[in-house]
Design a binder for this molecule. Structure first.
Ligand code: NAD
Length: 417
């Protein structure tokens, strides 16, 4: 049977529905959660370098603010749409809920290819977006962050714009800022570090020793490289790594530090001298390893390749790398899947710490941040594992159930249903 391709918003809604049904939640809970509470559409006139005015369309969706302000990235991409922003804000609610952060989900974006803009045009567009959102966002309201094609510099311009409008400094209105301008130490490493420690927890649960365990990693960008570095530090052997160029293999273990240095210079993993062979990039998914970390793109583990997956644990660094059909198949095969909403939540967790530090105006050391991240993520892992055992569901559904329980309780107490 052909696999039905759902758009991200439909997938998000399906996952909420499954979890609500499993929890036996009142119908009102799904009714409220199936759509974002608010979505703002803006048109941003920007003066271009040639003196002309060009108008860009932007969005911001706030999915649910029952437990606290909304939070989530802003992306600059030609594919940005109202539906995409709505779907991503929905996912953010559940990601924050899984960890128990005092946030609901938000997401925003502008329809633009930033490569078409000069630096000055990019700054004016970023400031125009922040200005148009000034009444909608805030450090106690909705806190955006970098996402696809946005970065610390863009966040800094936006903080400056908002602070100018407010008349005082408001660094906590955006996270993902450079460390020199109110960003948090250990944020760059946070997502990959989280993937590694969640994989370790899963290994402990099934009696697999991380020391000596074999790992394959799809994608060697920010998430994949740090996940590899930290799991290697725990004594595991990363035997296969892929990126868009190919899949490199060394059965004795690839030297991840050396590979990070190599990719800084050479952009891609192909040609790495520490590898013994190079395979097609998709081979990484079906390697004979103990753990697989998909850290590249969505829809990678599908009904087409799921039967060939040999790993005992799949720990999702990327967002949505497994299709719902493949999810079910992995569960039936007894493979433990640590879902994206937990496995890659290290990023939003340390963004939360950045915001806390901004509000306090007091900053923690790298070690303090990582310690706090570990404590929060371990606690969530245990809670979700327990829920999974109680209800006989996969960890993904258990994660959604955990989030929904938290949000539903807050909504009930507030009298929303
Ligand atoms: P990145 O751009 O730094 O790296 C992406 C990597 O994937 C690159 O090495 C690229 O070559 C590789 N890749 C692309 N196509 C591939 C293919 N077909 N096969 C194998 N590799 C391929 O991105 P990132 O920040 O590491 O993010 C990766 C994923 O993690 C995305 O899904 C992102 O949404 C998700 N994520 C990232 C963060 C974060 O903090 N960076 C947080 C949560 C989730």
């Amino acid at each position: 049977m052909a696999e039905k391709t759902l758009n991200p918003f439909e997938i998000a809604q399906q996952q909420i529905k499954t979890a609500c049904d499993k929890l036996g939640a009142e119908p009102a809970v799904y009714e409220i959660l199936k759509h974002p509470l608010r979505t703002l559409e803006v048109h941003l006139p920007v003066k271009m370098d040639d003196g002309s005015i060009k108008t860009f369309k932007g969005f911001r969706a706030q999915h649910n603010d029952a437990v606290g302000p909304t939070k989530g990235g802003v992306r600059f991409h030609t594919e940005v749409s109202r539906d995409e922003v709505k779907a991503l804000s929905t996912w953010m609610t559940f990601k924050c809920g899984v960890i128990g952060l005092p946030y609901g989900g938000g997401k925003g974006g502008i329809i633009v290819d930033p490569n078409d803009l000069s630096k000055g045009e990019l700054e004016r567009l970023s400031r125009a977006y922040a200005k148009s959102m000034a009444f909608f966002i805030g450090d106690k309201k909705d806190i955006p962050a970098p996402d696809v094609n946005t970065n610390g510099q863009i966040m800094s311009w936006m903080v400056d714009e908002i602070s100018g409008i407010r008349g005082y400094n408001e660094p906590g209105v955006f996270t993902g800022k450079p460390v020199e301008f109110g960003g948090s130490l250990a944020r760059t490493e946070a997502t990959g570090y989280g993937v590694a420690i969640m994989a370790k927890k899963a290994a402990d649960k099934i009696g697999l020793d991380t020391k000596g365990a074999t790992i394959a990693i799809q994608g060697f960008g920010n998430v994949g490289s740090y996940a590899g570095l930290y799991i290697e530090e725990m004594g595991a052997k990363v035997i296969a790594v892929s990126d868009s160029s190919c899949c490199i293999v060394n059965e004795e273990g690839l030297d991840i530090k050396a590979l990070i240095e190599y990719t800084k210079e050479n952009k891609h993993v192909n040609g790495f001298p520490g590898a013994t062979k190079e395979l097609d990039r998709n081979e990484v998914l079906v390697m004979d390893v103990d753990m697989l970390f998909p850290c590249a793109l969505e829809n990678q583990i599908t009904s087409k390749n799921v039967d060939d997956i040999k790993a005992k644990i799949v720990c999702e660094g990327a967002n949505g790398p497994t299709t719902p059909e493949a999810d079910r198949a992995l569960f039936e095969k007894g493979i433990v899947l640590v879902p994206d909403i937990l496995a890659n939540a290290g990023g939003v967790t340390v963004s939360y710490f950045e915001w806390v530090q901004n509000l306090m105006n007091y900053y923690w050391s790298f070690e303090e941040v990582q310690e706090k991240q570990t404590a929060l993520m371990y606690k969530s892992f245990e809670e979700i594992w327990q829920l999974k055992e109680e209800h006989g569901v996969e960890m993904r559904t258990a994660g959604y159930m955990m989030s929904i329980k938290r949000i539903a309780t807050a909504m009930k107490l507030r009298g929303w249903y």
